[in-house]
Write a protein that binds this ligand. Structure first.
Ligand SMILES: Nc1ncnc2c1ncn2[C@@H]1O[C@H](COP(=O)(O)OP(=O)(O)OP(=O)(O)O)[C@@H](O)[C@H]1O
Ligand SMILES: CC(C)(CO)[C@@H](O)C(=O)[O-]
Ligand code: BAL
Length: 291
């Protein structure tokens, strides 16, 4: 176990439990969990700041989970920057950082008991990444069981992940509260993401098409009661954006990800995914369709 001033970095399940017990004995109170894959940015730090508002002990996990990457995706290339991450975390408070190896989390390799993310897991992100959400639920369950938090915080940027995790917590009566944290953006509107690091200067400029198209979608939504018209307009804008290869545009109910009703006033998540060069980015915003 390595103590780095205030933030304690642990690498094994046993050291994690010891650190949580020690913190609980000293401070009592609630425990909050923020799960990440590292390469931390201000979006992640917002989750950690919110966790400190809710709880006395904050655990941040940093683990690039192999089970949520399909062959050919960017598991090997994904940035691993533990020392820099710990430095950033120290600026927002004192937390327990759990940075395990794959062997420690999944001794013996991929587990035999697996998760089915249900119908929401099959569409949008789940259509393009068919094994993704099962892998996410596997690690989310594992780390929730290890930490036993009162709160687990997730970003609204991964809106579909958030909806599926909320459903799992409801369906399995897991004894914790899932807390959603708003999307943190760069000043020009690009949603912060660890994968933004992959973008060249030109691609970084081209990537702005996503947040701009969402803004167009919000404007169109204020003028029409047709969800289809909003989606068409955003699709058309992104299909013409230089350097952008569109995956999907969807306007769905934030809780169950079913399409919002056509021709009525309704609030939905307008979600997009696209490749900019080789980098796959996602973004979304809440929109109110109809006046
Ligand atoms: N810009 C953001 N604003 C708010 N929360 C975010 C943001 N980016 C990531 N998060 C949240 O942080 C948590 C960890 O996400 P992750 O480590 O995958 O970061 P990421 O930046 O989304 O990386 P990736 O490029 O892999 O999508 C998730 O709950 C995610 O929704
Ligand atoms: C929740 C998570 C940390 C599980 O690996 C990951 O899917 C992410 O970073 O959003
Ligand atoms: N934030 C989602 C993690 C992933 O794309 O694998």
């Amino acid at each position: 176990m390595k103590t780095n001033e205030e933030t304690k970095v642990v690498h094994t399940r046993a050291d994690l439990r010891a650190a949580i017990n020690e913190s609980q004995t000293r401070k009592g109170g609630k425990v909050a969990l923020v799960m990440t894959m590292g390469a931390l940015h201000e979006g992640h730090l917002d989750l950690v700041r919110r966790a400190h508002e809710l709880a006395d002990t904050v655990v941040v996990s940093i683990f690039v989970n192999p089970l949520q990457f399909a062959p050919g995706e960017d598991f090997d290339a994904y940035p691993r920057t533990l020392d820099a991450d710990v430095e950033k975390l120290q600026t927002v408070g004192s937390q327990i950082v759990f940075a395990p190896s794959a062997e420690d989390v999944f001794p013996g390799g991929a587990p035999a008991i697996t998760f089915n993310p249900g119908p929401v897991g099959q569409i949008l992100e789940g259509k393009t990444r068919p094994t993704h959400f099962a892998g996410v639920l596997q690690i989310v369950n594992k780390v929730m069981n290890l930490v036993q938090p009162d709160y687990a915080l997730f970003g609204q940027k991964d809106a579909q992940q958030l909806a599926i995790i909320k459903q799992m917590v409801r369906d399995l009566d897991m004894q914790l509260e899932v807390v959603a944290v708003p999307i943190r953006r760069e000043t020009d509107g690009l949603a912060m993401s660890s994968r933004n690091q992959y973008l060249s200067e030109t691609e970084r400029e081209q990537a702005l098409a996503l947040s701009r198209a969402l803004e167009t979608g919000r404007e169109v939504a204020a003028r029409t009661a047709s969800a289809a018209a909003v989606v068409d307009r955003v699709e058309s804008e992104l299909s013409q954006a230089p350097g952008v290869k569109l995956d999907y545009v969807a306007l769905i109910d934030p809780l169950n990800f079913t399409p919002i009703p056509e021709g009525q006033r309704a609030t939905g998540v307008l979600a997009v995914a696209a490749w900019v060069g080789k980098t796959r980015l996602i973004d979304n915003t809440l929109v109110v369709v109809g006046k």
